[in-house]
Design a protein. Structure first.
Length: 66
């Protein structure tokens, strides 16, 4: 597994992970899913957004809280 800063071509996989967390409703109270436009802006606005990649697929994402 490799952890690295996200790249624009990771966006579809990141959105899938993010929206699944929202759907489950356990990690945080957000209720709206991110689409490509809002997701791209959101991830780019963070101080850092990282992804864990395994066998060429993004399997986790990370945004520090501070």
């Amino acid at each position: 597994m490799m952890v690295r800063a996200y790249e624009k071509n990771d966006l579809d996989q990141m959105l899938s992970i993010w929206n699944e967390v929202v759907k489950e409703g356990v990690a945080f109270p957000q209720e709206e899913y991110l689409d490509a436009e809002r997701g791209s802006a959101f991830f780019a606005s963070q101080s850092y957004t990282g992804v864990a990649e395994e066998h060429g697929k993004v399997v986790r994402l990370y945004i520090p809280t501070s």
